[in-house]
Design a protein around this ligand. Structure first.
Ligand code: PNS
Length: 161
C-alpha cells in the first residue's frame, strides 16, 4: 500500500491546502494529513481545533486520515512507516524553503523520507494561512479563501480583537 503524509501548520486550513489534500488523496492509497504541534509558534487555532477542522473538511475522503505530531517529521514518518511527504508549491518563492526542508528530511532519514511536490492550482497560487489571518484581523472577506464552515471559526477568533 502506498501511503503519504501531508504535514503542515494548517493555521487555518485554506482552500489551497484542501486542493492539495484532494489531489494527493487520488495519488496514494492512503494520505495522513498531520498538524505540527509547534509550541514555539503562537497559533490562532489549537492543535485540537485544527485537527477537528481538518477532519470535518476531509470527512468525504475515505482514504484520508488526520493526525498531529511534534518533533521531527522524519521520526514521525518512521514511526508510521511512511516514506513520502507531500508539500504544495505555490510560487518560486516557496521553492528555496521547501527544497531545504525536503533535502534535510532525506538526509536525516538516510533517504527513507522523500518529498513529492504538487503545484498549487492557479486560483490558490497567492493564498496562504498568513494572508487569511491578516484579512480576518481587519474583518475582511475570507469566504473565497477557506472552506465555508471555517469562515465563521476564523472570524470568531478576532471578534473581540
Ligand atoms: O505549513 P508549514 O508551517 O509550512 O509546515 C512546515 C512543516 C510542518 C512541514 C515543517 O516545519 C516540519 O516538518 N516541521 C517539523 C520539524 C522538522 O522535521 N524539521 C526538520 C526539517 S527542516
Amino acid at each position: 500500500m502506498k501511503s503519504a503524509i501531508y504535514p503542515g501548520s494548517f493555521d487555518p486550513l485554506t482552500l489551497g491546502h484542501l486542493d492539495i489534500i484532494k489531489r494527493a488523496s487520488k495519488m496514494f492509497d492512503h494520505l495522513t494529513v498531520s498538524v505540527l504541534d509547534n509550541k514555539a509558534k503562537n497559533a490562532l487555532f489549537s492543535v485540537e481545533e485544527r485537527v477537528s477542522i481538518l477532519k470535518e473538511a476531509t470527512k468525504d475522503l475515505p482514504n484520508v486520515s488526520v493526525d498531529s505530531f511534534s518533533g521531527l517529521l522524519v521520526d514521525y514518518a518512521k514511526q508510521k512507516d511512511i516514506h513520502v511527504s507531500v508539500r504544495g508549491l505555490r510560487a518560486v518563492t516557496d521553492f528555496e524553503y521547501e527544497l531545504q526542508i525536503a533535502q534535510t528530511n532525506r538526509k536525516l532519514s538516510d533517504g527513507s523520507l522523500d518529498t513529492v511536490f504538487l503545484t498549487t492550482s492557479l486560483e490558490y497560487a497567492y493564498l496562504s494561512s498568513s494572508s487569511v489571518k491578516e484579512i480576518a484581523a481587519f474583518h475582511g472577506d475570507i469566504s473565497q479563501l477557506v472552506p465555508n464552515f471555517v469562515v465563521e471559526l476564523v472570524h470568531d477568533k478576532y471578534k473581540d480583537k
